[in-house]
Write a protein that binds this ligand. Structure first.
Ligand SMILES: NC(=O)c1ccc[n+]([C@@H]2O[C@H](COP(=O)([O-])OP(=O)(O)OC[C@H]3O[C@@H](n4cnc5c(N)ncnc54)[C@H](O)[C@@H]3O)[C@@H](O)[C@H]2O)c1
Length: 539
């Protein structure tokens, strides 16, 4: 034994850091920390290796087994605290840390046995399978079924954005970062200034964190051409519309774009739910039209649903997928249907979550089940964050649901410091007595007896219906493959990676168990799910 780490003996700090975070270490650094003995020159590998071997022979045997591991294991707890959020729910980082800790305590062979046991558990476990699934699913998503091999991509040099609201500004940021000149059109100067102000503020905040140099921010802002007329988009190769979610407004814009955009320009809508075929029909060039559905915040969220209309030309689809990749998104092809893949699957979850409130669950209970499952937030937390009023009919006298009642009282979510929860100045939520009253009023009106709702029932009634909807989407061909649906949920909604997306998870959970529970709760089981359940198969 020696009293200080020798070569090939790095000590707990680098070992714990490297194995738990999985970050690569450059070779010179590996040498400095004692992880490797020597670095060979690029042109002298054989000679260096032989010299190294000779030197080691001269040194005599290295008694690895007899050496103790030195260093402070306190780093392990520090790593756990610093990465608590990032590692929530993951098994592997903790198993790695346990192995490092064991190495400081156990004799060499026992340490190896411990490592092997931990490794086998992980290798055979579902988290590893789920993460490998997502690795391949992400790559598979880029492939477009039925696309002619010789499809030529359209050249995109200049991008147009219509609407500088929440989405338009965020979408534009993706393109600016990749050096695309962008023209952004708003209806009024004030809205334009406000939108560009938000973009600038976001970039400045990133620069303050060291992500950009201040001159880079100026450079990106310099790529913007602000405009108040659609005519300014005449020279754009790709135009993305991000105005209000209203079919008449969108049709009007696309009709005008048809007359303004240059031949061959791609015309995309960022609509969340609307019929892309109907939007395309308001132009004389439906082949050039498709959906490019970004997720909020659009400069952060990695998912891009590329919505293929009935008449979308193959090269338009392929170009949109390629440009998505170029701006750092994970692009997935979706078919035209209400809400496409992601939001369509969200709908049954939201409906059921509201029903559960009437039957006796609280928003906090439902949300906790989702957070414990590994989602970043539950349905009601998400509602409060996005805005309870999104999609509300805006008539305070028409109160047909708990949501309507909340909106009528101005409980529009975090922005009003009140939604399904109450919020303090720092946006910390607390359960709301007023919301409990509203729920109770609705419960009485509906003549529903309050009962104890189990967490398992919440899983069965909010997560299982998503799988059911996914099965419908797949059978209708609105998603190309089950793994595309998984990619949508991982990158668009924060579904836990270690559960591999809803369709992969269905296989882990058991499609037979899911179908039986759905039936018990009165759902119509999707034929494809029933088929999988009968075969006890996954998707
Ligand atoms: N907010 C989200 O989370 C989200 C996510 C994905 C998709 N979307 C979709 O993106 C679109 C935009 O949503 P948003 O949240 O950014 O809305 P928003 O209200 O924040 O922004 C819309 C902007 O469009 C401008 N506008 C309206 N009509 C215009 C016109 N004729 N010409 C130019 N500008 C016009 C408005 O002045 C406003 O600034 C909608 O279709 C929505 O469904 C929203």
């Amino acid at each position: 034994m020696t009293d200080k780490p020798r070569s090939a003996d790095v000590g707990p700090r680098p070992a714990a850091t490297m194995t738990s975070l999985g970050d690569p270490v450059p070779a010179p650094r590996a040498k400095d920390m004692g992880l490797v003995d020597e670095l060979a020159g690029e042109d002298s590998l054989a000679a260096d290796a032989i010299a190294f071997a000779r030197a080691k022979i001269a040194d005599g045997p290295r008694p690895t087994r007899e050496r103790a591991v030195f260093g402070d294991v306190g780093v392990i707890e520090k790593l756990k605290t610093a990465n608590a959020k990032r590692w929530r729910g993951f098994e592997a980082p903790y198993a790695n840390l346990a192995c490092v800790e064991a190495a400081t305590r156990l004799p060499f062979d026992e340490g190896l046995a411990f490592e092997r046991q931990e490794f086998m558990k992980l290798m055979m476990g579902s988290q590893s399978a789920a993460q490998r699934h997502i690795f391949f699913a992400e790559r598979q998503a880029a492939k477009i079924d039925g696309l002619p091999k010789d499809t030529q991509l359209r050249d995109i040099k200049k991008v147009g954005i219509i609407g500088a609201g929440t989405m338009g500004g965020g979408i534009m940021m993706n393109f600016l970062q990749k050096g695309f000149p962008c023209t952004i059109v708003e209806m009024q100067q004030e809205a334009l200034d406000r939108g560009l102000g938000v973009v600038r503020k976001n970039y400045d905040a990133s620069a303050a964190k060291g992500r950009f140099k201040p001159e880079q921010v100026d450079q990106m802002m310099g790529l913007i051409t602000p405009a108040l007329e659609l005519d300014a988009l005449a020279d754009c190769d790709l135009i993305i519309e991000a105005v209000y979610e209203n079919m008449d407004v969108k049709k009007d814009i696309f009709g005008k774009l048809d007359k303004i955009a240059k031949p061959g320009a791609i015309l995309a809508s960022n609509t969340s739910y609307l019929d892309v075929n109907e939007i395309a029909a308001s132009t004389s060039r439906p082949g050039d039209v498709l959906g490019m559905h970004f997720f909020s915040p659009a400069n952060v969220m990695k998912l891009l649903e590329v919505v293929r209309g009935d008449k979308t030309a193959p090269d338009v689809l392929a170009t949109a997928m390629a440009i998505g990749k170029k701006i750092g998104k994970v692009a997935v092809v979706a078919g035209v249907c209400h809400g496409f893949i992601g939001n369509r699957m969200l709908a049954p979850r939201q409906i059921e979550a509201q029903k559960l409130l009437l039957e006796g669950a609280t928003p906090a209970q439902v949300d906790k089940v989702h957070v414990d499952f590994g989602m970043p937030m539950g349905p009601f937390q998400m509602s409060d964050l996005a805005g309870v009023d999104i999609g509300w009919h805006r008539d305070p006298n028409r109160i047909e649901s708990i949501r309507d009642a909340l909106c009528a009282e101005g409980r529009w979510g975090q922005k009003k410091q009140a939604g399904f929860y109450d919020y303090d100045d720092k946006r910390n939520p607390s359960e709301s007595p007023r919301v409990a009253e509203i729920i109770e009023e609705f419960r009485q009106k509906a003549g529903i007896q309050k009962r104890e709702i189990s967490d398992q029932e919440i899983v069965e009634r909010t997560l299982y219906p998503m799988v059911n909807e996914g099965a419908l989407i797949l059978a209708e061909g609105k998603a190309q493959r089950a793994s595309d649906i998984d990619v949508v949920w991982i990158y668009g909604y924060g579904w836990p990676v270690y559960r591999g997306g809803p369709m992969f998870w269905a296989g882990l959970e058991g499609t037979d168990k899911i179908a039986a529970a759905l039936e018990k709760h009165g759902f119509t089981v999707a034929p494809l799910l029933a088929e999988k359940a009968a075969a006890k198969a996954g998707f």
